[in-house]
Design a protein around this ligand. Sequence first.
Ligand code: ZN
Length: 156
Amino acid sequence: MGIQLDAPAKAEGCVERITSHDEPLAGRLKRNEQLVYDALCQSPTPLKAYDLLETLQDHGLRAPMTIYRALEALIAKDCVKKIESLNAFVAVRPSRPAQARAFLICKECMQAREITLDARQVADLFSPIRVSADEVRIEAFGDCHDVCGNGVVGSR
Ligand SMILES: [Zn+2]
């Protein structure tokens, strides 16, 4: 149906990707933003601001405000998303234009996976109630099966 399911949202190799020249993010991140982005890329699960603070203390990021400012900038550049229900953040691929991103969070391992929806899929989703949505956030909780699965539903 065109819905794209990415392997864990903080894709392997995204640290390399943002330093390569053809990547839209190359050179666009300030030092602190890069540190926060890299930390999110390397984490298997979404991180809260205080997790980031703890992780990045040794890099000189010691004030919560510094972390929040970097996160805000990264969100504005569309390379980090906040998972509202967890009050935590994930790195996303900046190069793929999408109308909406949906996150599926495993209750077992807390890994977040990302699905992107295009404008048509978003329109279809809301057409039964005749609403046009321009800001869509979808956060679903379940069992990721691949990693911690018991091989019931959706296993391959
Ligand atoms: Zn899992």
